[in-house]
Design a protein around this ligand. Structure first.
Ligand code: B12
Length: 181
């Protein structure tokens, strides 16, 4: 079955990437090309370039009923990025929400704690996204995606690594102190 995917780039709100550098969100465009070659339908939104409003974003997500919605947050834009995730979840409660890129890779716990993101892809996103779009559509998240390498999954409130990864637990204060010694 072919999936419908929405990927959006970092949302600085002040047009940072465009006014300063004129660069599109390269990471999500790469993933989009990869998925389109396998005939999935992918929309890419650059929230700054397209000067999205809450209403226009809401309309896009409600109308398209995406199977997957992917974000590529940066640390500096995180608050705006996660606000869009909350909005997307309200408009499309059945979509699987995925986060990727450097911020998601290293600060996945911050993202899981503050948003309805279901899955974080650590590292390059092309193959994990493809495998997720082609995974069974029914069952729990761990059941559907647990065999795909490189994921961290929040399933029924528990954060777990997919195959090939140790279960992820936050270090306790005590462990952190011990590491410093
Ligand atoms: C080139 C670059 C830029 C360019 C182009 C960025 C762009 N829009 O694509 C410019 C100069 C515009 C830029 C601007 C900024 N950047 Co910059 N940038 C980089 C740099 C050097 C390379 C990124 C890149 O293009 N890689 C190639 C692409 C193909 O790979 P990628 O983006 O990493 O994406 C892959 C994976 O990460 C993953 N992935 C990414 N997103 C997603 C999403 C999903 C759903 C999935 C599944 C996977 C996934 O899959 C992709 C394909 O394999 C990195 C450092 C680095 N070495 O990676 C910093 C870096 C990403 N930038 C950073 C920052 C902070 C910024 C700015 C906020 C800086 C600022 N104050 O202006 C702005 C943000 C602007 C914006 N709205 O995007 C930080 C992010 C740190 C963090 N923790 O968030 C980095 C890591 C640099 C650093 N070490 O500080 N940046």
């Amino acid at each position: 079955m072919k999936s419908k995917v929405l990927l959006f780039g970092p949302y600085s709100k002040d047009g940072l990437a465009w006014s300063n550098f004129g660069a599109p969100p390269l990471g999500v465009h790469r993933i989009a090309s990869y998925l389109r070659k396998r005939y999935h339908k992918v929309d890419v939104v650059d929230p700054d370039l397209e000067k999205i409003t809450e209403k226009s974003f809401q309309n896009l997500v409600t109308k398209n009923k995406y199977d997957f919605i992917g974000i590529s947050p940066t640390h500096l834009t995180l608050e705006n990025d996660l606000a869009l995730v909350h909005l997307a979840k309200r408009c499309s409660p059945n979509s699987t929400i995925v986060a990727g890129g450097q911020e998601a890779t290293f600060a996945y716990d911050l993202i899981f704690d503050n948003s309805p993101v279901h899955v974080v892809v650590r590292g390059e996103g092309e193959k994990p996204m493809l495998r997720m779009t082609e995974a069974p559509v029914s069952g729990g998240l761990m059941e559907r995606f647990g065999n795909i390498k490189g994921l961290i999954i929040k399933d029924k409130g528990v954060i777990m690594g997919s195959k090939g990864r140790k279960n992820v637990k936050k270090p306790k204060q005590k462990d952190k102190k011990e590491k410093k010694k």
